[in-house]
Design a protein around this ligand. Structure first.
Ligand SMILES: *Cc1c(COP(=O)(O)O)cnc(C)c1O
Length: 369
């Protein structure tokens, strides 16, 4: 079914950028530049510059970015990594797949890690804290850095949903030893397939991730330095991402504009809690416009019947720790569990016109459920 207001709109974005994208695909194919070539290096350096970090290393997904970062830091069996259950499961899988144990902290009023509970979660085995900046909104990094510094644990960020967002004027992804971004098609900057990228100021971590993504080999010398993986970012995807990167500030500005239109139009709707936090330290990028409502399922049905495509993220519909197969029996996170049944994301892709956003507002305002 085709929606009047689609949740994401790849065809419209593609139509606008078709010429430069087709040109770059043609160039890359004509040169035969497929694996670890200059287009990848150019994208990595442009990305690093955008985030304000020294190094960026392209990998095959956000998951791999997290996994290889933790591995490069030497985190493994016996170590605990503190994170949240209110995230994409990839955050948690990455911790498990290096052999470490995830330790969950509940979410706070901002739906990110509750910094009031972080200190208590630190044990003698804690190696790192892995804050997730969900939906383009930063965690309280001032309190996090303070606690992590005092307790001497590493900070590794998961800003997969928050490329371009800031806290206290500083870009997310630059607060810890390293950060893992996703370049999945529907993140802030997406390829036409999977991709991810690690950023860091530490040359040793950058080098290790580059080695691990490429079977553990040093391409210059042929020396195999570790048992690695095949987790490279395709050169063709990197070339396309490099064409899109300059548009990112414009897309962020548009998302923020749409969020303001929603805010104006929905602020007095009694059954909705809107994602605005009124704290000047936060510069949000609204990957998702996440609202809470006790009448979620009825509202979703009403919106869909009106031609609006909301999203109830299945990855969040049931918190990770409640999935039996994963073995987190006995873990209780009341706020995470309570919020999960009430979240719904409204369309906020930068391709939307004002009239589409106003239509969503009208549909919500006419909801009687
Ligand atoms: C998308 C996402 C990931 C995983 O990224 P992929 O590119 O899909 O592997 C990790 N963490 C968060 C918070 C995400 O939103």
């Amino acid at each position: 079914m085709s929606y009047k207001v689609p949740f994401v709109d790849v065809p419209t974005q593609y139509r606008r950028l078709r010429k430069p994208i087709m040109d770059v695909i043609d160039q890359v194919l004509a040169r035969g530049n497929l694996i670890l070539r200059e287009e990848l290096r150019e994208f990595e350096s442009g990305f690093a510059e955008f985030v304000g970090s020294k190094y960026a290393v392209g990998v095959s997904s956000g998951y791999d970015a997290l996994h290889l970062t933790l591995r490069a830091l030497g985190i493994g069996p016996g170590d605990e990594v503190i994170t949240v259950s209110h995230t994409c499961v990839a955050t948690v899988s990455a911790i498990v797949h290096v052999g470490a144990s995830p330790v969950f902290v509940d979410i706070g009023a901002d739906f990110n890690m509750d910094m009031g509970q972080l200190d208590d979660a630190v044990t003698a085995r804690t190696r790192a804290v892995l804050p997730v900046h969900l939906n383009g909104h930063a965690c309280d990094m001032e309190r996090l850095l303070d606690i992590a510094g005092k307790r001497r644990v590493l900070v590794v960020e998961d800003p997969a949903q928050a490329l371009g967002a800031r806290f206290d004027g500083r870009m997310l992804g630059t607060f810890g030893r390293a950060a893992a971004f996703s370049l999945y098609p529907f993140k802030m900057l997406g390829g036409f397939g999977d991709g991810g990228i690690v950023v860091t100021d530490d040359p040793e971590i950058a080098r290790k991730v580059a080695v691990l993504r490429d079977y553990g080999q040093d391409r210059e010398t042929g020396e195999i330095l570790d048992f690695g993986f095949n987790a490279r970012l395709d050169n063709l995807q990197a070339a396309i991402l490099d064409v899109k990167l300059p548009y990112l500030p414009e897309w962020i500005a548009r998302r923020r504009q749409i969020a303001e239109i929603y805010r104006e139009g929905l602020r007095d709707v009694p059954f909705l809690t809107l994602p605005h936090f009124d704290d000047a330290r936060y510069f949000d990028v609204y990957l998702n416009y996440s609202v809470l409502t006790a009448r979620r399922d009825e509202l979703v049905t009403h919106l869909k019947a009106s031609g609006v495509e909301p999203l109830v993220p299945i990855s969040l519909a049931k918190p990770i720790h409640l999935h039996e197969a994963l073995g987190f029996k006995g873990v209780r996170l009341p706020r995470t569990e309570d919020a999960e049944s009430r979240f719904v994301y409204l369309p906020i892709n930068p391709e939307l016109g004002d009239e589409q956003v106003r239509y969503v507002i009208e549909c919500i305002r006419s909801f009687r459920g």
